[in-house]
Write a protein that binds this ligand. Structure first.
Ligand code: M6R
Length: 364
């Protein structure tokens, strides 16, 4: 059932191009033409709150960029476990989006229930048909990742990003903040993602490069992950993957925040993984890499083909295909998933069943 892969996690990493393509085609009917997303009137709210846990929360952070940029609707993102106890301001004019792979996460269910009681409209983004959240939400957008067995979430995450991007396009269309030309252009860029990811995954040397870097760092006791803008949440996600399967302490930070404290951690032993693909903040990230370098940090960078400036400052670089900057997190997370995977495997850990963790957290 692992289809020749050593672990489900690796299989699921490699399934991502297919899962993303399926998530696009599975949601096409309501995005395209006169299609409608049943259950929620796209003009009936003036703000959005996203609630989720763990990896799904990181997807939510990126979803905020998508929705705010394409629709200009204000979006807040909360951990479900925080939302439910913070007395949130929520009413009939709020759309609450719950993101959950399993549809059974206790905190996410409770947070959505609370929002519903206060009159909010509710939308679930979920991977499991018929799960509890899908029965309780006003409407559900499915991700078509297929069953995710590994405790560490991979394909659920990239399909959640796909679903969030489609939702942002839909809201932009319905609320007329996005012209049909723009929508078409974005949709075309989204359609290119599976083949770009395939291109990355199926270049034999790529796996070798990531493995080689993992071999260099698997004995580290800490790691820092940096990113900015849409790729800041990818730094958080990369760090979470490393923590949960390899038990190495890791932190994700917005690269621009380094000088406000965490830079004190950097010395010649500290691995610093930087997401530095092309975007409007590329130059900013470059100067952050220079700051790390000046303190002798060991820089591993995720860059686009043809990059020179960041590469020059890096001990190791992993090249990924270039895509639109909004969509770049979907590609950029893949090398970080592989990096965490190989480190955990080198350490001999049970990659699919890390200690102390369950696939779905059905208790508070
Ligand atoms: O099923 P959910 O998406 O609600 O699960 C949320 C988190 O428990 C989950 O993403 C967790 O953080 C993963 N193990 C991360 O890889």
């Amino acid at each position: 059932e692992k289809a020749g892969y050593k672990h489900f996690m690796l299989k699921e990493i490699f399934e991502q191009p297919r899962s993303i393509a399926d998530t696009i085609s599975g949601n096409m009917s309501w995005l395209k033409g006169d299609g409608k997303l049943e259950g929620v009137d796209p003009k009936s709210f003036d703000r959005i709150q996203i609630i989720a846990c763990g990896t799904s929360y990181h997807a939510g952070l990126i979803g905020k960029f998508y929705i705010e940029n394409l629709t200009r609707i204000q979006v807040e993102v909360d951990y479900a476990s925080e939302y439910r106890y913070r007395n949130p301001i929520v009413n009939e004019k709020t759309l609450v989006i719950a993101i959950t792979q399993s549809g059974e996460t206790a905190d996410t269910l409770a947070a959505m229930k609370l929002a519903k009681e206060k009159g909010a409209k509710t939308l679930a983004i979920c991977n499991v048909i018929g799960s509890t959240i899908t029965r309780e939400a006003d409407t559900t957008i499915y991700t078509y990742a297929g069953p995710e067995i590994s405790v560490a979430s991979t394909k659920a995450f990239t399909t959640q990003l796909t679903a969030l991007f489609i939702l942002a396009l839909y809201l932009g269309k319905e609320r007329k903040t996005l012209s049909s030309e723009k929508l078409e252009a974005y949709f075309k860029l989204l359609m290119e993602v599976p083949s770009k990811m395939e291109e990355f995954l199926n270049t034999e040397r790529k796996e070798e490069i990531v493995k080689k870097i993992a071999l260099e760092f698997y004995k580290a006791s800490d790691a820092l992950y940096l990113g900015r803008y849409v790729n800041y949440p990818i730094a958080l996600e990369g760090a979470l993957k490393l923590k949960e399967i390899s038990y190495i302490h890791a932190e994700g930070y917005p690269a621009g925040e380094m000088k406000h404290g965490p830079i004190a951690l950097i010395d010649e032993t500290m691995p610093v993984i930087v997401v530095a693909t092309k975007s409007k903040v590329y130059e900013k990230v470059l100067s952050n890499v220079e700051e790390v370098k000046a303190r002798k940090g060991r820089v591993v960078s995720i860059v686009n083909k043809g990059d020179k400036a960041v590469k020059q400052l890096s001990e190791f670089s992993i090249e990924v295909p270039e895509v639109n900057e909004f969509l770049s997190p979907i590609i950029n997370v893949v090398p970080l998933q592989l990096f965490a995977y190989y480190i955990a495997d080198f350490l001999g850990y049970d990659v699919d069943q890390p200690r102390n963790l369950a696939k779905s957290v059905t208790v508070e």
